[in-house]
Design a protein around this ligand. Structure first.
Ligand code: HEM
Length: 370
């Protein structure tokens, strides 16, 4: 079955196995007050229900524009589509009377030391993460939503991405590679372990967050350009020291297999795994650092060519965590100044809060917030 349920305690698209293609699209909300905002969330819910579960759009008089773009033919197939709705800090600015309801740690994504943020690719009132098996399904879904919300939403920026489809079934799958040629996702927490996901990803009742936010999660989106021409001229040994893993196998340096656990206690000076390697900084595996775990769910992207003739490609980095400060912000602070920075440049993205799930058919997304 290629239909992902859209109802539940949590929204789909966070702990759902990563689909082959994904896009992040941010909007300015044009709705002018609380009633209008509720209408927006109701329309979104109805579109999500239809698009993710599939079906036949109504046929109407040919004198009118067709209700569906027709991109997917007369029947819309579910195609493993998920549409995940998140809100940005600017939604709580007073237009909708939501000032007192802002999630504790939600704020505008700051500029980190290595960032060169482009205003045209940053922030937004609302974020949709749209993922499925094919780029067409994602675009079909996006156009459907745009068509149905002309007076409610305006597209602000969008970034599409892809990952190689899963290669093997059965045993633990090898992680797909990012555009630096390294396996990416190896050391992720287990998305199919509910208890782990409650610790790492889903906001819990005792967290100090507003009650409405329980079962939501913070989403961080970062559009990170990779300087692939420079990378491709860098010695293998240096690439591996920068990441902290063997390139062919994905194993931690000095170990055999991708999923062997890195051990740093017997390597205090970083002779085997440099102290400033990406994985050692991101997760030093010291007592307490398990509080900084994040669930990464990134996609590779390839956009075209820069004015100076360089390939414009990189990582559409997306991660989820129950505590933005303990999660992404702490990890990024540790990574600031890492040797990998010579090869990457974050140019866009934002901080968002993924709303709790849609409880049942009569409920709508964002209901607990409004
Ligand atoms: C691990 C690449 C950005 C956090 C890794 C790994 C690679 C990698 C190859 C090892 C395999 C794995 O465990 O997934 C990259 C590239 C990036 C990037 C190319 C930018 C273009 C980031 C950012 C963060 C981050 C922005 C968070 C602030 C992590 C974490 C791990 C990891 C937490 C797992 C470390 C562990 O538990 O051992 N990354 N990464 N990465 N990365 Fe990144």
């Amino acid at each position: 079955d290629d239909r992902v349920p859209y109802l539940g305690t949590y929204q789909a698209g966070v702990t759902t196995p990563r689909q082959p293609v994904g896009l992040a699209v941010a909007f300015n909300v044009l709705a002018t007050g609380p009633a209008d905002l509720q209408r927006l969330f109701r329309v979104l819910t109805a579109r999500i229900a239809f698009l993710t579960q599939g079906g036949t759009p109504p046929v109407i008089d040919a004198k009118f524009p067709p209700p569906d773009s027709g991109l997917m033919g007369p029947v819309v197939a579910p195609d493993n589509l998920t549409i995940t709705v998140a809100v940005g800090p600017s939604l709580f600015d007073g237009r909708f009377g939501l000032q007192s309801k802002k999630p504790l740690r939600l704020k505008e994504m700051p500029q980190f030391k290595n960032d060169a943020l482009n205003g045209d690719q940053c922030h937004g009132d609302l974020l949709l993460q749209i993922c499925s098996n094919t780029a067409d399904s994602n675009i079909h879904a996006l156009r459907d939503i745009v068509k149905n919300t002309p007076d409610l939403l305006m597209v602000r920026w969008k970034q599409e991405g892809f990952v190689p489809p899963p290669r093997a079934l059965g045993e633990r799958q090898a992680s797909p590679r990012n555009l630096l040629g390294f396996k990416d996702g190896t050391a992720n927490p287990a998305h199919d372990d509910l208890e782990e996901m409650k610790r790492v990803v889903w906001v819990q009742p005792d967290s100090g967050e507003p009650e409405w936010a329980v079962n939501g999660t913070y989403a961080v989106v970062r559009i990170i350009r990779n300087f692939v021409e420079r990378w491709d001229r860098t010695p293998l040994q240096e690439q591996e020291s920068i990441i902290g893993r063997d390139k062919p196998t994905g194993a931690p340096l000095g170990m055999k297999a991708e999923f062997d656990l890195p051990v740093y206690s017997n390597d205090p000076d970083g002779k085997r795994t440099p102290l400033d390697s990406h994985i050692r900084l991101a997760n030093p595996r010291t007592p307490g650092s398990e509080k900084n775990l994040i669930l990464r769910r990134p996609f590779n992207y390839s956009n075209g060519v820069t004015k100076s003739g360089q390939l414009d490609m990189g990582l559409l980095f997306i991660c989820f965590q129950a505590d933005l400060d303990a999660g992404f912000a702490t990890v990024q602070d540790r990574l600031n100044g890492e040797p990998l920075e010579e090869y990457i440049k974050p140019v866009g993205g934002g901080y968002f809060f993924v709303l709790p799930g849609i409880a049942d058919k009569n409920a709508f997304i964002g209901q607990s917030l409004l």
